[in-house]
Design a protein around this ligand. Structure first.
Ligand code: LMR
Length: 370
């Protein structure tokens, strides 16, 4: 995502400079002031959100009443590329969430859908379906411990996608992502609508964490301008930040590599423990999922050069699903990058995570065939 997000950050910076000019604004009445817009769209999406070429997409959030889903829905409502936002949940409060989000003054029309009977209506005509549905971890649990509940939820929701909007791009957030993405792939294969370019596991929070922690360690003032590819999967040691490929270029001592890698791999657990049983990361995950969804929509609308890390079907390693940078375009994933040149630490870490990743993938595939 480096190029795309870097450009967005620069646009936001330019916009802020334009908006906050105390010297000139103090001499002007409100009527005389230049018509710089100060609003939610500008704040989240910078100058690219104003005027320009606007695409009109229909986006669904499945699990919109949950901790991630509510915040994510508010972020997506602010996205100027979204014409319609459909919020689905089994919990009836989702209608209230839809009413709440609908008051935000952006152009997306918002509606709420409750339960199995309304899933089809929610999904009809969707371009992008984002799935955060499921239960979160408690302290002491691994993401794989969620498989028993979340696997079935993801299967049911993907059945709905296969029947109703088989051409939509699907972003899977529900854990364990290492297994739920293969589950979704098997559902789509069963329905004859699997297109590997359109199924993406959201690992972007690992990238956000890497940017944040590396910026803090190296004294970079603005984490948005730091790029660290994060490859592999989305659980424990399957999360592998490629610190050797960090830009701006910087060097790390072996101790720094070990400490930063560890912290990025355990970022989710850090939040689970800090919340003390009240859930896992919701706010940062929502921000990551919203940024990733925006990258998908920019690709869909024909923007070029939109790269982001995602967990997709891949030939980068012997694992059939693997996260690397992918190029997003009009059909979803246009290109899957390789791992690039790895340090010897990263090569070892990659080799030792692959058996776990492969086992999680197999578990997901077998779920559909058992
Ligand atoms: C995260 O990375 O924060 C999420 O996958 C939630 C979790 O359980 O860690």
């Amino acid at each position: 995502m480096s190029n795309a997000v870097g450009a967005a950050a620069r646009r936001v910076g330019a916009l802020r400079a334009q908006v906050v000019d105390p010297a000139s604004s103090s001499r002007q009445t409100p009527q005389e002031a230049p018509s710089a817009r100060v609003g939610l769209v500008d704040w989240f999406f910078g100058a690219s959100g104003i005027g320009g070429k606007r695409a009109s997409f229909t986006v669904a959030v499945l699990g919109a009443a949950g901790g991630i889903g509510q915040t994510l829905s508010a972020f997506i409502k602010a996205n100027p590329k979204v014409a319609e936002l459909r919020l689905y949940d089994v919990a009836p409060v989702v209608r209230g969430v839809a009413a709440d989000v609908s008051h935000v003054n952006t152009r997306a029309k918002v509606s709420g859908y409750v339960g199995d009977d309304e899933l089809e209506a929610c999904l009809r005509g969707c371009d992008l379906v984002i799935i955060p549905a499921g239960v979160p971890r408690k302290p002491g649990m691994s993401r794989d411990d969620l498989f028993g509940v979340n696997a079935g939820i993801v299967r049911t929701l993907c059945e709905g996608v296969a029947k109703t909007c088989p051409n939509a791009i699907v972003n899977i957030i529900s854990n364990p992502v290492n297994s739920t993405v293969p589950i979704a792939a098997e559902v789509f294969k069963k329905h004859g609508c699997y297109d590997a370019r359109k199924l993406l596991g959201v690992t972007h929070l690992d990238v956000m964490r890497a940017k944040t922690f590396v910026a803090a360690a190296k004294g970079f003032d603005d984490p948005t301008l730091v790029d660290v590819p994060v490859i592999g999967g989305h659980a424990g040691t399957t999360i592998l930040p490629l610190l050797s490929q960090t830009t701006p270029r910087c060097s790390f001592t072996p101790e720094e590599v070990s400490a930063l890698t560890n912290r990025i791999q355990n970022g989710g657990t850090e939040v689970v423990e800090a919340k003390g049983g009240a859930g896992s990361a919701t706010l940062s995950m929502a921000a990551a999922a919203a940024e990733f969804a925006d990258a998908c929509l920019r690709g869909l609308s024909g923007e070029s050069g939109i790269w982001a890390c995602a967990y997709v079907e891949s030939k980068a390693t012997r694992a059939p699903f693997f996260a690397t940078k992918v190029l997003l375009g009009r059909n979803g994933v246009e290109r899957v990058a390789g791992t690039g040149t790895l340090s010897s630490y990263e090569k070892r870490a990659l080799e030792s995570m692959l058996p776990e990743l492969e086992a999680s993938i197999k578990k997901g595939i077998n779920f559909l065939h058992s």
